[in-house]
Design a protein around this ligand. Sequence first.
Ligand code: NDP
Length: 330
Amino acid sequence: AKVFIYVHPFEGMPTEENFRLIEEDLPPLKDGEFLAEAVYLSVDPYMRAYAPRLKVGETMIGSQVAKVIESKSIQFPIGSYVVGVFGWRTHTVVPENLPVSQFTPPPVLISYDGSVPLSYYLGVLGMPGATAYFGFLDICKPKPGETVVVSGAAGAVGSHVGQIAKIKGCKVIGIAGSDQKCQWLKTIGFDFVINYKKDNVEQALRAAAPNGVDCYFDNVGGEITTTVINQMNRFGRVSCCGAIASYNDNTPAKVTTFLLPVILQELEFKGFVIYTWRNKWNEAVKRNQEWMTEGKLQYQETITEGFENMPKALIQLMQGKNVGKAIVKV
Ligand code: NDP
């Protein structure tokens, strides 16, 4: 197996030096185990945020779609496809009862009929899709006619949230980091877009949402979030999904200054880890699939070829080079 291990703790942006590619011999399968061969690997911001919890020398954390190529497990037969948090590895010996935690769900079989690419199970029909679905609907509880702001809007989760908000009859404002991304967001139905690298976000948001913001789906944290919070309406809801603006800081983020509007506008804030909805996952997959079939949900991927390019793909994600879901094809 080819495996990327975490060798140098991150300082700021990830670099190729944080990882080392090694070859590993795999042991023969024991009863209840299967051998998974990676087909696509997911590239996600949490990798940067979570990796400091890893010990130097451990396999980098990550999920993949893999094909079962050998098996001593009845549950995972040869030829089936599985999504699992196996790390940055080409081949993995997996026990069918892999220990699970808050951040590592058990491997799941895909009922794959070839109608969509397998990589979709790492995106719109997988974890980011469930994040958009539950993180937005259960926490923001959007009502028709309300104004929704999404930061990190052109990414896997953000682009999906914006489209669900449109399906629910809301006005949607997306904040993203390039004109190209903003143009794409308009083509998939966002009503207003703000390029936070170029525009004055405060003014642009005031113009786009003259009556204030009711729901904020936050993928980024930091200054953008402070700006949005200051323009929220009474009883507004904030889904705290991600804080990518501070993932590359080695010092914990300072408390920002939006507490007064939180109190005066009686805002509701809720953070979440998507695996908490693990037992309801299928509801999101089914709904997202239906919306795609009905043409209400557009989906885009940025695919990097080659397992050895995993570090590069993560660096590019942190630099904002991806549009939609970032994937590596092994
Ligand atoms: P994306 O596809 O959105 O990729 C990350 C994007 O973040 C980049 O393309 C870049 O776009 C943007 N970005 C990078 N740095 C900054 C910055 N300093 N300020 C603002 N934007 C920045 O990733 P995902 O859709 O997979 O994830 C989105 C967020 O959701 C992340 O914060 C992630 O950690 C979180 N998440 C949380 C989950 C949960 O359970 N709570 C589950 C899944 C994801 P741009 O060009 O616009 O800057």
